[in-house]
Design a protein around this ligand. Sequence first.
Ligand code: GLV
Ligand code: MN
Ligand code: MN
Length: 376
Amino acid sequence: MEARRWLKSQYEGVGLEASIDGVGNVLGRSKNPGKALLVGSHSDTQPTGGWLDGALGVIYALEVARALASDKATAGLPVDVVSFQDEESRFVGCLGSRSLTGALTPDMEEGAMDKDGISMADAIKQAGLAGAARVKLSRDRYAGFVEAHIEQGPTLEDTGNRIGVVTGIVGLRGIRFVFKGQQNHAGTTMMKTRRDASTALYELAHRINTEFPTAAAERTVWTMGRLKVEPNATSIVPGYADLDLQFRDASDAPLDALEKIAGRIVTEMNARGGVKIEATPARAPIPPTLMDEGLRKHLEAAAEKHVPGKWMRLPSGAFHDAGIISSTLPSAMLFIPSIGGISHDFAENSRDDDIVLGCQVLADAVASALTEGVRA
Ligand code: GLV
Ligand code: MN
Ligand code: MN
C-alpha cells in the first residue's frame, strides 16, 4: 500500500487525478478532453519473481504521461495510467483488470485465499480499501488500452529483434486435484493395502505428462508447479496430497481436449478404489484473446521508426491484464527482450538500452494513436 500511495503521488505530480480503487488498482485520470488511451500494467510480482514483470509497464506509463505532458505538441492528449492489482494470482489472477471490466464475479471472490490462508476480503480490509469504490472502465471514456511488458521468453533475443508487437495472448485453465487416502505407518503398512495419497499424485502427474502430448498443439504448455503432501514426513504413508495443474494455449480446442484427458484419467483412477481423487477447475480461467489490429499498427509504426526491420509480431505465452481488458476496450501490447528469456525468477532482466527504447516506442505509439485515431 505504501508503494501504491507513492505511485498515486507520482501520478498527481504529472497532473493526473489519482485514486486507489476498492481492490487496490491505482488509477491516474487525465484532465484533457477527448477519448483517452489507458496505459499501464501491474506492479505485483511472483514469489521470487523479477523486478520488471509488470513494474516496467507501470513506470513506462508514468513516464509516457510525463513526457507527453511536457511537450507542447502532445500536452493536450488524454492519457490515463493504471497499475493493476494482483495480476499474478495471489487471490485471483488479473484481479484488478477483472474488477475494472466487471468480470470479477462473486464466485471468484468468495473464498479467495492466498497460500498463507489470508482471505481476499480480509486483505482488502487490512489495506483500508473496504470502503473504496470499485472503478469500472467505460467505453465512453476510453479509445483503448496499451500495455508494455518484458517478453519473458527468448524469441526477441534469439531473432535479434528489439521490439515485439503482440498478436494474441494465451488462454489459461487450471485444475486442482485433491488426493484422499489413509495416513499410516511406512514400515508396517503393506504395499498392497496402503492408500498412499502421494503415489496417486505421482501416477496422475506422470499420466498427464505422457497423455497430454497426444492432444497438445505446437505451443500448448502445461505445468504442475505446486503440490502438497501431508504430513510430508519420511516415515509416514501420506493420507492427503494436492496438486495444481495449469495448461495454456492460444486457442480453446487444445484446452478442451486436455481437460477431457485429465477428466478421463481421474475417472479411471477412481474406478480402481483406494485413494479418492477430486478434481476442481480453477475459479478464474482466462480465455485466449487477440490484440486490436488498429492499435497494433501504431506500435508497429513507432517500432519501425525507432528500429527499422528490428521488430517483430509475436504471440504471448504469458497472460496479461491486456487479455482481460480486451473484452471491454481495443487493447494492444508491446514487448522488449528479456535477457536469456528468463522471467518469474530473480535473474529476470533486460538491457538498459532496450528499456529506454521500449518507452520511446510506447510514447510515440500512444501519441500517434491519440492524434490520428485508434482505428488506423
Ligand atoms: C503471468 O504472470 C503468467 O503467469 O503468465
Ligand atoms: Mn508474471
Ligand atoms: Mn506480468
